[in-house]
Design a protein around this ligand. Structure first.
Ligand SMILES: [Mn+2]
Length: 341
């Protein structure tokens, strides 16, 4: 675990200074990184400057409403910035091509336990979402009278970040404060039902087909305690699907009764020698530790990594991944067994 090099007050002081800011998000973007980054953009505008959010991937369609007037998050180099910050990015690898900006990053805001800071950072492990930190910054700048108020879009973005990273307030990372923040957001007029509908209950048909493909290709390990699926580019092409259609399919594996670890391995469209691994735990196994072993990271119950295959078949990469998670599960059994003796 890494200690923050900056305090919450430091971050609030720095964000009180109007500076044109480039805001970096992580690859394989989720609503926490996108929502937090766009909320920061609204906050920086309220302070009197401007910002642009960039990502080295295209966010899923369900998140596009968070982009507001910024139609895309590509780093086209057209934005003239005076400062760079990152939101919800745990490690250099998660920046993808944006890692070139690392020497210029003023600070990072994050909440990942396994984070490997690449710049001065404020990290709070005890909260469910980076969006909660950004919400607190907004409220603090209002309290300090740095800004008078924040637009509804700010609160919409932080709500999307929070509800997404807490599994709609279902995960064990939810605290009383999470609900208090959400209550305040609702009282400010955000249509939270609409935000949740857009994020979670409005799937393109192709995504449903992707879930069917996931169910058809589930494989079982460790007495059915691990459920995993491999998606190759050939499989996607045969089914008329793209990589973004299957980005959430790991939840299918995780949701089966009795499963302790759900795993999805998918071949990358951008580079077919790369495989993106997503993992989710229901039990006590720390999947972020397994992903860290492959240069990735995340949270105890939700983590990922990218593996570059060295002339291996997709099947061989899949086996390597499953065997690492199997080892972790067996090791966990031993630890828990030892504690119970
Ligand atoms: Mn997050």
């Amino acid at each position: 675990m890494t200690e923050s090099t900056l305090t919450f007050e430091n971050i609030c002081d720095m964000l009180s200074v109007p500076k044109k800011t480039l805001i970096l998000t992580h690859v394989n973007p989720d609503p926490d990184t996108i929502g937090s980054a766009f909320a920061l953009k609204y906050l920086i505008r309220a302070v009197g400057s401007d910002a642009r959010v960039v990502c080295d991937d295209v966010p899923g369609k369900r998140m596009m409403f968070l982009l507001g007037e910024q139609s895309d998050v590509s780093d086209d180099g057209s934005f003239d910035f005076e400062r760079i910050i990152s939101a919800d990015v745990a490690s250099e690898i998660q920046l993808g091509g944006l890692a070139k900006y690392i020497p210029q990053i003023e600070f990072m805001i994050d909440h990942h336990e396994m984070s490997e800071p690449f710049a001065p950072n404020y990290t709070d492990f005890n909260i469910g979402a980076t969006g909660e930190i950004v919400y607190d910054i907004g409220i603090e700048l209002i309290r300090r009278s740095v800004i008078e108020d924040l637009p509804l879009e700010f609160f919409e973005c932080v709500y999307a970040a929070i509800t997404s990273d807490t599994g709609s307030f279902k995960y064990s990372n939810v605290t009383a404060k999470t609900h208090l923040r959400a209550a305040d957001i609702i009282s400010r007029g955000v249509d939270t039902a609409e935000v949740c509908h857009k994020l979670f209950d409005c799937h393109p048909y192709s995504e449903l087909l992707a879930k069917r493909l996931a169910i058809e290709n589930m494989r079982w390990f460790c007495d059915n305690r691990i459920c995993a699926a491999l998606f190759t580019l050939d499989m996607l092409a045969e089914n008329g699907l793209s990589e973004s259609d299957i980005s959430d399919s790991v939840s299918v594996m995780r949701s089966v009764d009795g499963v302790e670890i759900g795993i999805m391995v998918r071949q990358s469209e951008k580079d077919s020698t790369q495989f993106k691994v997503s993992s989710r735990a229901n039990g006590g196994v720390d999947v972020s530790a397994v992903c860290a072993g492959f240069g990735g990271g995340g949270h105890k119950k939700a983590a990922g990594c990218t593996i570059t295959s060295e002339n291996e078949t997709p099947e061989a990469v899949f086996e390597k991944v499953v065997s690492a998670f199997t080892d972790a599960l067996l090791e966990y059994d031993n630890t828990v067994g030892a504690q119970n003796e």
